[in-house]
Design a protein around this ligand. Structure first.
Ligand code: ZN
Length: 249
């Protein structure tokens, strides 16, 4: 199994990150840690050095941070991403989150920064890890025919846009939300296995009480196997192969 999207660099793990990583290494083939800020990108690169061949880095700037960050910080983050481009397996997370947005100005900021990531993904031929909430179709229209490889992480949009994403040859990553959300189980039934990745988005979206962690990606595999009425081994095998392919592990 592979956790295709998590944030082990977050402070939620400061007390026992080593134990969390050990449990992950016992169960999983690899984890993809996505930087979400300037500091997060730096921490992600450090973790990649600590866990070579197991933790892989993607570097980005989360749309939540995009609306509040100083533009000099954003420029610095993007500069450091370019400097470290050879150490990344993808760019992001980046994208659009219109769920709690206040006004057109914030929307425009997210779109501007997302565009800069789109340009980098094209220039450096990297997959793009997208966070899209209440904006899935807008995000898709911005990347299609432009970015060759895209992952919609923690996809929770509608089935119609999911099918358009599949048609583009992009991936949809299903998170641990699936263990407790009927909507996400419905999506898992619709999305073909060849377009699917599994993730936890740790420390968020825990299937259990408290903090999430990469080893719990097993719960996604388990639930997808149930809704698709197939074996866990099959889900594990195909989703792992998909992740190895897109991230070139
Ligand atoms: Zn995330």
């Amino acid at each position: 199994m592979i956790d295709a999207h998590c944030h082990v660099d977050f402070k939620e793990y400061n007390k026992n990150r080593g134990e969390v990583m050990q449990r992950a290494q016992e169960k999983l083939r690899a984890i993809i840690n996505s930087g979400a800020s300037l500091g997060g990108n730096r921490r992600t690169l450090k973790l990649q050095e600590e866990y070579p061949g197991f933790l892989y880095a993607t570097l980005g700037f989360h749309p939540h941070n995009a609306v509040k960050a100083d533009s000099t910080i954003i420029d610095q983050a993007l500069g450091e991403i370019v400097d470290n481009i050879d150490k990344t397996v993808a760019l992001g997370e980046t994208g659009l989150d219109f769920h709690q947005i206040k006004g057109e100005e914030q929307k425009k900021r997210q779109i501007d920064i997302f565009k800069r990531f789109i340009d980098l993904a094209v220039e450096f031929e990297k997959p793009l890890v997208i966070h899209a909430r209440d904006s899935e179709e807008t995000a898709l229209n911005m990347v299609k025919n432009t970015v060759p490889q895209v992952i919609f992480h923690c996809y929770g949009g509608n089935a119609r846009t999911a099918s358009a994403i599949v048609d583009e040859g992009y991936y949809l990553s299903l998170s641990t939300i699936i263990s407790f959300s009927d909507h996400h189980q419905e999506l898992a039934r619709e999305i073909p296995l060849y377009s699917m990745l599994t993730e936890t988005d740790s420390p968020y979206l825990s299937p259990f009480k408290g903090r999430n962690e990469p080893a719990y990606v097993e719960e996604v595999v388990k639930t997808v196997a149930q809704v698709k009425d197939t074996s866990r081994d099959e889900i594990d095998r195909v989703t792992q192969k998909n992740a190895e392919k897109i991230f070139r592990l």
